[in-house]
Design a protein around this ligand. Sequence first.
Ligand code: AMP
Length: 542
Amino acid sequence: MQGLMQDWPLLLHKIIDHAARQHGSQEVVTRSVAGPITRTTYGAIRQRTLRIAKMLAKNGIRLGDRVATLAWNTDKHLEVWYGICGLGAISHTINPRLFPEQIAWIVNHAEDRLMFLDTTFVPLMEKLAAHVPTIERYVVLTDAANMPQTSLRNAVAYEEWLKETDEDYVWPEFDERTAAGLCYTSGTTGNPKGVLYSHRSNTLHAMTATSSDGLMIDYRDSVLPVVPLFHANAWGLAHAAPMRGAKLVMPGPKLDGASVYELLEAEKVTMTAGVPTVWMMLLDHLRRNNLKFSTLQRLGVGGSAFPESLIRTFEENYGVDVRHAWGMTEMSPVGSTGTIKSTLGQLTHDETMALKAKQGWALFGIEMKITDDDGRPKPWDGRAFGRLKVRGFATAAAYYRGDGGNILDEEGFFDTGDVATIDPHGYMQITDRAKDVIKSGGEWISSVDLENIAVGHPDVAEAAVIGVAHPKWDERPLLIVVPKEGKSPQRDDVIAFLRARTAKFWVPDDMQLIKEIPHTATGKINKLKLREIFKDYKLPEG
Ligand code: AMP
């Protein structure tokens, strides 16, 4: 027997409709690409999304067509994105930090028909335009007065383009499983792969992500997503904030410590989210200028491990609740956060901090397992590491155009490529990417654990660990360190620091200094590049 309840399709434009109805005067504040701070509301944004959808339809964009965006986090990017998927087209958010050839590759793979772009990216696309023939029109996110001279095909200033129509438009109806967004993973090897979100998966993900065990967002919040819209929909915040009526503060292109701090304070931000490198820049700014936060309550961090020493700094010195989250583009992206379960009883402050440094427990909608290389389950004892596999309502079932073939195991789980432990309480801890684990004498050494410990040393700003070939042990860990400004960390001292805090056979054989650790387009340590830099390096004998 079927239930007798209404079928109310989970469509993303219902989020902006709801925000306009219930929170119409709630503000969306932007540091614009041109510079000045601009202010609008969910009510006004919704009106513009209707216009955008109507105008796209007039330009011949239909259900299922891909429309690209190459833009920073701004109100314009947000409204364009709702307009595209409201029409039933697919919003393809492109990471501008990718190499130009990669951008051309993914535009061609997606067969994008139209592109919205910030003025900043006009020169880049002018260079690439001849290689991306599928794009019929470029809409530059600016007004006539600021429109640059450009050779881009059918280029038009966004505000002029919008004037060609009105908001007398009714959202079309379609199935909630319709594709809504396309985001390519920035794999360090091979071609990027497309993750194709649906209206249903993004809506359900937003409901989970906003919950109190997730990133905890509601109408009392002022939310600043430093994480870009092109990184899995700003980790879902672009859906979550309007869904819950939170004020949204968009940082535009300026993500340095001073600019982020200025917005956090001026816009009374209570919750912000981004990758660890952003928070390191912010901390540096706070320390140099002896600053504190007056409203910030929660800091969402993920994308790479956030070491306990940094969690402690934010919690102990600045009174901010750190929400260490783990996820991936293929998971929409939030999979787990490390909030403290009440069933754990009374924990000491040190125990709490150690637990927060783990990547946390799977939220509703995610199931996790860890297995050996042959798919046999590993125990949840907090010690056994295994390949981390997931399934759920917002996890990819396949890549766009079937790239990579079947990506699920016989139970429907997706292999994340991460290696993790899970403890008896369900707290998962990433120990590595499967390809970065250091295999020494048949044992696995976690490069991430060693990096997290090394950054706790007072002279170390950033650390990376890679495996280097060894005649007896196969591989041994090499520690690579960026010194804190004005400091010169000594090899023996840092190695002794690690020796006091980890298993003997994990202790790196050597340390090398580097000015800057290379990062990928999404802010992760680029180990491939590091291995290339150190390819001629030989471990000391003995
Ligand atoms: P992306 O698809 O770019 O979001 O990258 C996903 C990958 O980032 C995951 O598979 C992990 O390897 C890594 N990652 C994300 N969050 C964390 C975290 N909190 N700690 C460690 N690694 C993380």
